[in-house]
Design a protein. Structure first.
Length: 157
């Protein structure tokens, strides 16, 4: 009698323990789930915030380059320094701001980029090449002088 009572008590205790453990485990799992959900939405929020920051940075840099371009564009004029053979954008004296005369690639200029053309001799002729878009234009000359300001292009014949 004492023995079976003890056994029942033991079993009850064991069941109680089991039930409690199961409940605790259940609660632990619930808490873990809640934590995981919280972590994942925190991660999502962080990555959404990161994406937004990236986008802001991107837009700021676009805005800056547009602003820069608005300042650069009026400094140049379309010119034909080699008797109509090739057109370039030449820096205006009035807008030189201390910069030496130079010619810009028309193709890149239309894409809002300032890329200085380089003279390159080829088969005895001088070509103007763009380091950015790789466009090559013949000057029609075997030798060319230094670049001139837009106002001076064509003045010396
Ligand atoms: Zn170009």
């Amino acid at each position: 009698m004492i023995g079976s009572l003890k056994a029942a008590t033991d079993i009850t205790k064991a069941i109680f323990d089991l039930k409690t453990t199961a409940e605790i485990q259940g609660k632990v799992i619930d808490i873990q789930r809640a934590l995981l959900a919280a972590q994942s939405s925190a991660l999502e929020a962080t990555s959404a915030q990161f994406e937004l920051q990236e986008r802001v940075r991107e837009l700021e840099s676009q805005l800056k380059s547009v602003g820069d371009w608005d300042k650069q564009e009026p400094r140049y004029a379309l010119a034909s320094p080699w008797r109509g053979a090739a057109q370039v954008y030449a820096l205006k004296t009035s807008h030189a701001q201390g910069e030496e005369p130079h010619y810009l690639c028309t193709n890149c200029f239309h894409n809002r980029k300032r890329v200085i053309l380089n003279p390159a001799p080829k088969d005895g002729w001088v070509f103007m090449t763009c380091p950015a878009c790789k466009s090559t234009t013949s000057t029609g000359y075997r030798g060319i002088g230094a670049p001139k300001y837009a106002e001076d292009v064509g003045r010396e014949g």
